[in-house]
Design a protein around this ligand. Structure first.
Ligand SMILES: Cc1cc2nc3c(=O)[nH]c(=O)nc-3n(C[C@H](O)[C@H](O)[C@H](O)COP(=O)(O)O)c2cc1C
Length: 335
């Protein structure tokens, strides 16, 4: 088994493209090396931080409705700030008039938006202002007044009903991500992996399903799997186990050889949950293509354990990298 990094490294030229100028890996490496926020101009700090309120991408019109750069010296037009952030690879273009942030960058930008002193004007008031403008914008879009704002989720991560087959061409591959989460940590990891897998949207369809919504039909319809679970009581979580219980015999001998990986969100350990998934996958004769990715939230006390989790940018970047590696491997047919 390989780490996502080794997996990606094996993918040769195609992956080198991703790692090239401004590519996904380039940005993730930069993140790990303490991402170069300092390189941005003050207005770009404010713009990027405020863009973090968008969950599933945005259009230029939506950015113009939400960003307030009026406090910045020589406040630029929103379109200019946005184009500059695209040029510097902090914002991705996702089609003719659609943009998004990698989940890891979104988390990083959100932290700056909500923390006083990160840039001129950051802090609670900036967060509330951006959220209020985003809420007003979403509500106008919901009423059909600004259909062009297009705030709806993008196609690669929009959840599909359980059992519903993806609408895609025969050559399209499907990566199924099944997760359960009680205090949101695993959900953030799964969402990051789905965003990472979005790099292969032309050839890989990503289905992000909660364990409770997933079943054998979803497994049979997919070409590769990413299972994500919390470790609770030295075990995978109950609803994740329920998904496997409901699916095991229906999928037995029908998914042999398909690639999979696992992600665990744990307080301090995670290895038992990883082992359990490995045993089930062995029974299904799935092929592990990466080591289990374990994120420890360091939650030890009852209060910490029950609190909503916030997964840090570096861990989210690892999850994105795994999603990206799975999708790239599927697309290239290397598994
Ligand atoms: C009932 C319960 C039992 C837990 N047992 C473990 C455990 O055995 N090992 C561990 O590393 N973390 C344990 N944790 C901590 C969770 O793994 C941690 O809070 C993690 O963030 C949960 O993921 P989630 O945020 O997606 O729900 C436990 C949490 C709960 C609520």
């Amino acid at each position: 088994m390989m780490s996502p990094r080794a997996l990606l490294a094996r993918m040769g030229e195609r992956f080198k493209l991703l790692a090239g100028n401004g590519g996904r890996r380039d940005r993730q490496s930069t993140l790990r090396a303490d991402w170069s926020w300092d390189l941005l101009a003050p207005a770009e700090h404010a713009a990027l931080a405020q863009l973090s309120v968008f969950e599933n991408g945005f259009t230029l019109a939506a950015a113009e409705a939400v960003l307030d750069l009026s406090d910045c010296d020589d406040a630029p037009w929103v379109v200019d700030a946005l184009n500059s952030l695209v040029d510097k690879s902090f914002v991705r273009t996702r089609g003719a008039d659609r943009y998004d942030l990698l989940v890891s960058i979104q988390a990083y930008a959100d932290e700056h938006l909500r923390t006083e002193g990160r840039y001129a004007g950051s802090g609670t008031a900036a967060l509330r202002g951006a959220q209020a403008r985003h809420g007003a914008c979403a509500s106008r879009a919901g009423k059909g007044l600004h259909a062009s704002l297009s705030l709806a989720p993008g196609p690669t991560t929009s959840p599909m009903a359980a059992g519903q087959r993806p609408l895609c061409s025969p050559s399209m591959k499907t990566l199924l991500i099944v997760y359960h989460s009680m205090t949101d940590g695993t959900r953030q990891m799964a969402a990051a992996a789905a965003a990472g897998a979005g790099c292969e949207a032309a050839t890989v369809q990503v289905r992000l399903l909660r364990a409770i919504d997933a079943g054998p039909a979803d497994l049979l319809a997919a070409d590769a799997y990413l299972f994500a679970t919390p470790e609770n009581l030295a075990s995978m979580s109950g609803l994740m186990k329920d998904f496997f219980d409901r699916s095991y015999y229906a999928a037995l001998d029908r998914v042999n050889g398909r690639p999979y990986a696992a992600m665990i969100c744990a307080g301090s350990d995670g290895r038992n949950a990883a082992r359990q998934i490995e045993r089930i996958a062995t029974g299904w004769r799935l092929k592990a293509v990466a080591d289990a990715l374990i994120v420890c939230t360091q939650a030890q006390t009852a209060e910490q354990i029950l609190r909503t989790k916030r997964i840090g940018p570096e861990d989210l970047a690892r999850c994105e990298e795994l999603g990206s590696a799975l999708a790239a491997g599927l697309s290239l047919g290397v598994f």
